[in-house]
Every structure is written in C-alpha cells, then in structure tokens.
Design a protein. Structure first.
Length: 249
C-alpha cells in the first residue's frame, strides 16, 4: 500500500480529529498527529492502516510549537494538507481572568502561531491546503466572552491568509470550517442539530477536496448561522440572559 499524500492534524486528541484521521487513513493518506500528550494517542495510531506519527504540541508556547511543526515539516519534506483543530472553551459566571487568559493563549496566540508557521512553510513549498475547524460562535458575542471573540479572530485571520495567498498567486487553499454549536446540541440532546461524527468528518473532507473557502458543517447549520446574524441585539441577548418567570402557585 502506498501513500498518496501527507496530512497533519494539529490538535488530534478530540473525537472529531480521530474520526478525520480514520477517514483520511482509508484514503491512504500518511498522517502526522500533533497532541499535547502523545502517549495518550499511541494505541489509536496503531489502529490506522497507514503510516502514522504522533508528535508533541506545546499549544500554549508559540515559539516552541513553531519549532515542533517546522521540524516535523522538514523531516517529512512538507505536507499537502494541514487541519488545525485546537481550541479551549469554558464558562464561569464569576468571570475569573485566568480562564479568559487561558482561552486567549490557546485560541488566539496558539492558533495564530500554528497558522502563521504553516502558511509560511506552504509558501516555501509552493502549494498546500490549510484548514481550521472553527465555529459559528465567532459570529456574535456570548457568555464565554474570550471564546466567542477568539473564534471571530480565527475567522478573520484565515480571511487575511486567503488574501495573502491570492496576492502571492500561489495555489494555497485556505479553508474555514464553520462548525455548528455541536457541544451545545449534544448537551441539549437536540437531534435536529446533532449529527454523527462520521457524517461531520465526511462533510468536512468533501469540502476540503472541493477546495471550499468557507463551509458550514453540518449543512443545516448554514441556516442557523444566517438567522444568528440577523437577530437584533436585544433579542440575541435575551436568549442568553432573560430569567425565567416564576411560575404561579
């Protein structure tokens, strides 16, 4: 069995990343999986029918993670596809600064360092596809302020990279994968909005193969995103903060 391409998944510990790895492996794609704790992914890597390397990722240390990615890139003589699926979320009504700082360190500083590094490597290579698993949460503010803002940052950062690739006239595809609020749907057990991981991963990979600049996954979230943007602020805020009326006895 010969490999036809090399893909990096940066932030490979989530269930979605693992499913993406499984489906890429069926396409005979060689995989480099970056995770904070490589030892936790070793057994999973052995189940895949292709060559797999599990590598460390220092997500909160930009200089170190740039070195880690660059070293792996040079050893593998580049990659055709890089999928970035890093992210941190959390909510505490007391609004501790440490939580905000941690989210910013991972979702903004770490994300930007990864994408900046990979983009520069792809410009040297002359081609490639850089994709990020983003979220429609970036369209508006929300109770987890740093998380929503970080996703807006990611979307705008990717748009800038796409513009830069066009200016350089290089075949570098920048793909922004706008996921629906899958965690929230799972928590609420909303079957209309909840989709199986294999379906989510399949739609992502099909979009990447088509070279999509931005895509909503699953497709039904496009309507939710459209509605979300149209809601006036007073209605949008009410959805989050309006207290439930006391029931009459």
């Amino acid at each position: 069995m010969t490999t036809i391409a090399t893909a990096m998944i940066i932030g490979a510990s989530s269930q979605l990343s693992k499913e993406l790895a499984r489906q890429l492996a069926t396409q005979k794609v060689k995989l480099l999986l970056f995770v904070q704790q490589p030892e936790l992914l070793t057994e999973f890597a052995k189940t895949l029918p292709v060559s797999v390397e599990v590598l460390p990722l220092s997500i909160a240390e930009p200089a170190k993670l740039i070195e880690q990615i660059t070293t792996a890139w040079q050893q593998e003589n580049g990659a055709h596809l890089v999928i970035v699926n890093t992210g941190m979320n959390g909510y505490d009504a007391t609004l501790p600064w440490q939580l905000e700082q941690d989210i910013i360190d991972v979702n903004v500083k770490g994300f930007a360092a990864i994408c900046h590094c990979v983009f520069k490597l792809m410009t040297e290579q002359g081609y490639g596809q850089l994709a990020a698993i983003n979220s429609i949460a970036g369209q508006r503010g929300g109770p987890s302020m740093a998380y929503h803002a970080s996703k807006a940052f990611a979307a705008n950062y990717f748009e800038g990279l796409s513009m830069h690739a066009q200016r350089l006239k290089l075949p570098i595809t920048i793909s922004d994968i706008q996921l629906g609020l899958l965690d929230k749907a799972a928590l609420q057990q909303n079957q209309f909005l909840l989709a199986p991981l294999d379906k989510v991963a399949k739609q992502i990979l099909i979009a990447l193969q088509k070279g999509k600049r931005r895509v909503y996954v699953t497709k039904r979230w496009r309507f939710v995103a459209w509605l979300n943007r149209l809601l006036p602020e007073y209605i949008y805020n009410t959805r989050h903060w309006k207290p439930k009326k006391n029931q009459r006895k």
